[in-house]
Design a protein around this ligand. Structure first.
Ligand code: C2E
Ligand code: MG
Ligand code: MG
Ligand code: MG
Length: 287
């Protein structure tokens, strides 16, 4: 799967404790430089309408093209970027770049992951507003993905920021739903338009009754609250079939498409353009 993603191996952490601390410092310095040097890249994973399998939007996923030549996954640097405050300028770059990509694609939307630290920073709304203005993207084509961490903080600032973002006209999605610790009651206290079912539930929904039941109840909750629901991490035809049966709106995952670069998405969107008049959906892509 690492190969399929295009990731190389990249080890930051040496076995010895001293080396661990040293390599962490090196990583910190490398990360700060990476932004100045333009070493971050965005890949985009298309999201499909579960029935027509047309692309409705794409999620921006950041990668670091490290000087060593390796492509580094976000799990290896986002936590540190959050810790050292780099996530704010990095997040701003991601927002701007993703909005510009959506303008270039023309029709589909774009989703951007936002860290709790960005919400806490206090200028997320201004940053989003600026990205929209500078790229000319219509706000309704931008969706921000937030995790339950934001809900757990439950501060006035988080609440005010989310309300201000809604006033801008952007969509808000609750990412990795079902993996956090917040109670269900939180969900209705925030203005979410959409829920993304975490891939851990999708992974074994075909083989484990409990997982399918959880997926079904999230779908029911979304429907009842008027939110659209996306299933993440759809890897097999069987999962897709079950999700369709259970009434899932949209799907994302390796089965339909892994994250790809901006130009590939542009090509996929262009290829499906004629179908807007009601033609057949494009064939699934297997890479
Ligand atoms: P996420 O937002 O939940 O993104 C989905 C992750 O699942 C991505 O991992 C994606 O490549 C992976 N994925 C997609 N389809 C499949 C599948 O069928 N099977 C499996 N097993 N995995 C699949 P990725 O790109 O490594 O990103 C990991 C996380 O890093 C993201 O989770 C998100 O929380 C965070 N992240 C990525 N980009 C950004 C960013 O620009 N800003 C912030 N703050 N966080 C980001
Ligand atoms: Mg996400
Ligand atoms: Mg997710
Ligand atoms: Mg995640």
């Amino acid at each position: 799967q690492a190969k399929r993603d295009g990731f190389g191996t990249y080890r930051f952490y040496a076995p010895e404790m001293n080396e661990h601390i040293a390599s962490r410092r090196v990583l910190e310095a490398d990360l700060r430089r990476a932004l100045q040097r333009g070493e971050f890249v965005l890949h985009y994973q298309p999201r499909f309408d579960a029935h027509s399998m047309r692309i409705t939007s794409a999620e921006a996923l950041v990668r670091w093209l490290a000087p060593s030549g390796g492509l580094v996954r976000p799990a290896e640097f986002i936590p540190l970027a959050e810790e050292i405050g780099l996530i704010v300028p990095l997040g701003e770059w991601v927002l701007h770049t993703a909005c510009a990509a959506a303008v270039q694609w023309g029709t589909i939307g774009v989703s951007v992951n936002v860290s709790p630290a960005q919400v806490r920073s206090g200028d997320l709304t201004a940053t989003v507003e600026r990205a929209l203005r500078e790229t000319g993207l219509s706000p309704d084509r931008l969706e921000l993905e937030l995790t339950e961490g934001v809900l757990l903080e439950d501060t006035d600032r988080a609440r005010d920021t989310l309300a201000a973002l809604k006033r801008l006209g952007v969509r808000l999605a609750l990412d990795d739903f079902g993996t956090g610790y917040s109670s269900l009651g939180y969900i209705r206290r925030f203005p979410f338009d959409a829920i993304k079912i975490d891939k851990q539930f999708v992974a074994d929904m075909a083989t484990t009754r409990g997982s399918r039941a959880i997926v079904q109840s999230i779908l029911g909750l979304g429907k009842a609250l008027g939110m659209s629901v996306t299933a993440e991490g759809v890897e097999t035809a069987e999962q897709l079939m079950l999700l369709r049966l259970d009434g899932c709106d949209e799907v994302q995952g390796f089965y339909a498409s892994p994250p790809r670069d901006q130009a590939v998405i542009a090509g996929l969107v262009q290829a499906q353009a004629p179908a807007a008049a009601g033609g057949p959906p494009p064939p699934l892509e297997h890479t």
